[in-house]
Design a protein around this ligand. Structure first.
Ligand SMILES: [Zn+2]
Length: 875
């Protein structure tokens, strides 16, 4: 899967059923056997006890799919072997209505409590077993299970499934856990003009009468339930059958015009050529389909042979190089999962980090090696990796390896640590054991564990074997302990040469871990000569004898090639050196390391936010690396927010903030005049954020009247007019609505309107978000929440705090953790006061909050502390 986000939505209806049935399920179990907890998740203990009894699983499923949002009907036949028939056995099925359960040909009384079906022990026998379940089940609108959506333009229905982590059971009854791999045989009836897509290509499509067709698919290979999928609807299909793996690409009819089909197929072919060779294992799943689907919560999902992607990967405009690179990285990420994840699969969810970190690394590495986007690893360093650093420096950070006792916490565990820090740690491991050894070990791993499950120890065992060293100590330092180490060079010189070069390592935040690091350092002499030296760090102080005798450096950049994951500390001399020499650095990775170190000093209250903005104003206009520009410009916005909030904290005149805003808006507008499309996009986003006042409004209306911008950018400008209270804002919204009647157009309009500096508008959305019967998809509400409270409306944000809290608590009661976490992250105001931390920590203690929500609140609390420190530095 690609990208962050978010957790499942437990259903109130299901919980009520569970309470009603909880008592009778007690009666169906043998004495001494713990009854399974009636809950919308599966525990590791339950999964292990089931895997000990069940094997050789085969599913034969039939679905009857209606176009309307009414329940679909299904029949699933499960063949498996059972080693112990003395206790009841459960089959996962969250929601739905079961009409009949047959075990070995006999109808049995098998209660369904809204979470699982219990097969009584009396119905089971040791050995081969067959269970047949007939049922109906509702479609969903939250992007889990079988998601239903209706296209606003042509009224067509599009369906897709999302089964990771525990959602197979929201469509099919079964053993929904990664270590019970199975084969699947599927038939589907659907409206005659639809496509039906799953892990295999269809073997037959026949007329089923009443305007419907019956699709038959052959048996699949062996893989886990969370990567099975079934997608259906009148998708537009493109084929590329000239390649050794038959390729198809699908999109909604109304979205098809935005898809760069040739580019997509080209990158996919390059990926297959690269991975077949690098992994030394030919792609094992036959065909490969990729679908762009509406309302997709994540970036993409690696369903075997039928991968789903968010439409955001193909924005509605001419694609820039950065857009195409992003698409390539995600395509490669999902393809890499077909070996690491789909062919060799984790045993349980505590190894999901490895699944994602590996795919994140390979997505970038394969893009850099096999496509024209050779800068992909640099972009990982300057952009994606920042996510890992940012996440790791909150108090809520956690070790890369986490305890996942049940499927409820899987999604809460996926974050910048899981993806970006994990991938960065694998880069460090690859550098430690050598790139060739790393590749050979992977080939061995796939050969050894193909079609099986493997855990972290299996993976490290294979790598250690290839490297000739035991990696358990490394694993303990890097994977079991949280936080980021800080590295600082302590250099002594005599007569212009280095006499001592020691790297000081600070213990990681939160865990206190010290780690083994293999890296390099750039030394710049007073004459400007540059040398790169290898560095080994093991403890608190690591002397580097190999550096003795070098010219005494005027500046040292540790981790210059970004092999390790660590904070780099500069002393004041270095910061002063950088103020005059930042332009001397041409390597984006080195520039990225320097900018990150400076930004981290701002959030720690060591460097004044204004000083950081000044550096941005000086150097960003010359920056031509889009990934780096994007990251640093966002950090400058962060620094500006500290300056903007200052009058709220110190009753200090707002003139300084306004002066900075004007300078930043002018820089962004000037940047926007570039001919480079990728840079132009970044500057456009920056300018619309800072824009304010009559001159900027005039520029916006001129751009709206012209033809140079794409539809979504025009919507952004209309939003800016709404936000800044322009008299013609409403007219522009009307005009754009007439030109763009798509789902995206409708959502864009809502997002634009939500920015109005009007308390009533915000209150209406707060009511809608907390309305349990809202008809908006989760992804739509997420977009609104992130647009409705721009920084400049901070006074309004403070005024609305009580309304925000009311909506927040309503979402606790409605058990909507994903939406609640989004609301908290987007809307809870920063007070920037000493008591702010305890204020939000107290809120985090609210009864009944999900882990994801608590995490957001703890970060909000820490953001208060950071803001206070940043304000002190501005005094
Ligand atoms: Zn992934």
């Amino acid at each position: 899967m690609t990208s962050t986000l978010l957790r499942r939505l437990p259903l109130l209806a299901g919980l009520t059923t569970a309470l009603l049935l909880g008592a009778c399920s007690q009666n169906t179990v043998n004495p001494g056997v713990e009854p399974r907890e009636a809950a919308p998740y599966l525990t590791r203990v339950e999964a292990a006890s089931r895997a000990a009894r069940v094997s050789n699983v085969h599913y034969q499923m039939h679905l009857d799919l209606p176009a309307d949002n009414v329940p679909f009907s299904g029949r699933t036949v499960i063949d498996f072997d059972l080693s112990d028939a003395s206790a009841p056995l459960t089959l996962d099925l969250v929601d739905g209505t079961v009409s009949e359960v047959k075990v070995n040909g006999t109808v049995v009384d098998a209660p369904h409590n809204g979470f699982f079906i219990t097969l009584p022990a009396s119905s089971l026998r040791k050995g081969a077993q067959q269970v047949e379940i007939t049922y109906t089940h509702p479609y969903r609108r939250d992007g889990q299970g079988l998601h239903w959506s209706k296209d606003a333009e042509d009224g067509e229905t599009y369906l897709f499934t999302q089964f990771e982590d525990y959602h197979f059971n929201k469509v099919f009854p079964g053993f929904d856990q990664p270590d019970l791999k199975a084969t699947y045989r599927m038939t589907v009836t659907a409206p005659a003009h639809w496509q039906v897509i799953t892990a295999k290509r269809e073997s037959a499509v026949e007329d089923a009468g009443e305007g419907r067709k019956l699709w038959t698919f052959p048996q699949t290979q062996l893989f886990s339930t969370y990567i099975f999928s079934i997608h259906a609807g009148p998708y537009k299909v493109w084929e590329d059958n000239d390649f050794r793996v038959p390729l198809r690409l699908f999109a909604r009819q109304s979205y098809a015009q935005y898809v760069d089909v040739d580019d997509w197929f080209k990158v996919t072919r390059q990926g297959f050529d690269f991975f077949d060779n690098y992994f030394e294992y030919a792609y094992p799943f036959g065909k490969y389909d990729q679908l762009l689907v509406p309302d997709f919560v994540f970036g993409a999902m690696e369903n075997v042979g039928a991968v789903t992607f968010t439409e955001r990967l193909q924005p509605r405009r001419e694609k820039t190089r950065a857009d195409r690179q992003r698409m390539a990285v995600v395509v490669m990420h999902e393809l890499a999962h077909h070996w690491f994840g789909n062919l060799v699969t984790m045993k349980w969810w505590d190894d999901i980090w490895l699944n994602e970190s590996f795919a994140d690394l390979m997505g970038n590495f394969a893009t850099a090696e096999a496509t024209e986007y050779t800068e992909a690893m640099q972009s990982f360093s300057t952009s994606r990796k920042s996510w890992g650093y940012a996440e790791d420096q909150w108090n809520t950070t956690h070790p890369i390896v986490q305890d996942i006792p049940n499927t409820e916490v899987v999604m809460a565990s996926i974050d910048g640590i899981t993806y970006a820090k994990g991938a960065a740690t694998l880069i460090q491991l690859k550098h430690l054991i050598g790139a060739d050894t790393f590749q050979k070990a992977l080939a061995l791993h796939f050969d050894r564990y193909a079609w099986k499950n493997a855990n972290l120890n299996d993976f490290l065992g294979t790598l250690g074997e290839a490297a000739g060293r035991d990696l358990s100590g490394w694993s303990e330092q890097w994977l079991q302990q949280s936080g980021t180490n800080a590295l600082k060079a302590d250099v002594q010189c005599d007569n212009g040469v280095v006499t001592s070069f020691v790297v000081n390592q600070s213990p990681a935040n939160v865990s206190g871990a010290l780690r083994e690091h293999k890296l390099d350092a750039l030394l710049i002499s007073t004459e400007g000569a540059r040398s790169l030296v290898d560095i080994q760090v093991t403890g608190e102080n690591s002397a580097q004898e190999q550096v003795r005798g070098y010219d005494c450096p005027a500046f040292v950049l540790l981790n210059a090639s970004d092999y390790t994951f660590a904070r780099i500390l500069f002393d004041d001399t270095s910061v002063n050196y950088l103020a005059n020499h930042l332009a001397d650095f041409t390597d984006p990775v080195q520039k990225g390391l320097i900018w990150r170190a400076l930004w981290e000093s701002v959030i720690d209250g060591e460097l004044a936010a204004t000083r950081f903005i000044d550096l941005g104003l000086k150097y960003l206009p010359k920056e031509n690396d889009p990934a780096l520009l994007g990251t640093v410009a966002r950090n400058v916005q962060g620094a500006y927010s500290y300056v903007f909030l200052r009058p709220f904290v110190r009753e200090f005149g707002p003139e300084q903030a306004e002066a900075y805003r004007a300078k930043l808006a002018a820089m962004a507008w000037a940047g926007f005049q570039t001919d480079d499309p990728a840079l132009k996009r970044i500057w456009f986003g920056q300018w619309t954020d800072y824009a304010k006042g009559i001159a900027d409004q005039k520029r916006a209306t001129q751009l709206l009247a012209g033809q140079t911008l794409g539809t979504d950018d025009r919507w952004t400008l209309a939003g800016m007019l709404v936000r800044t209270g322009h008299k013609d804002a409403e007219l522009w919204l009307e005009k754009l609505s007439q030109q763009d009647s798509s789902d995206k157009g409708k959502l864009n309009r809502l997002a634009a309107e939500s920015q109005a500096p009007d308390k009533a508008v915000k209150q209406r959305w707060l009511t809608e978000v907390s309305n349990p019967d809202t008809t908006y998809a989760y992804t739509d509400l997420r977009t609104i929440l992130f647009s409705m409270m721009p920084l400049e409306q901070h006074a309004l944000n403070l005024e609305l705090e009580q309304d925000i809290l009311v909506a927040f608590h309503a979402l606790t009661n409605a058990q909507q953790p994903a939406l609640q976490a989004t609301l908290a992250g987007a809307l809870l105001p920063r007070h920037c006061k000493a008591e702010g931390e305890s204020h939000y920590l107290a809120l985090a203690e609210t009864q009944g909050l999900a882990g994801t929500v608590t995490k957001v609140l703890k970060k909000t609390a820490q953001a208060e502390t950071r803001c206070v420190a940043a304000q002190a530095k501005l005094d």
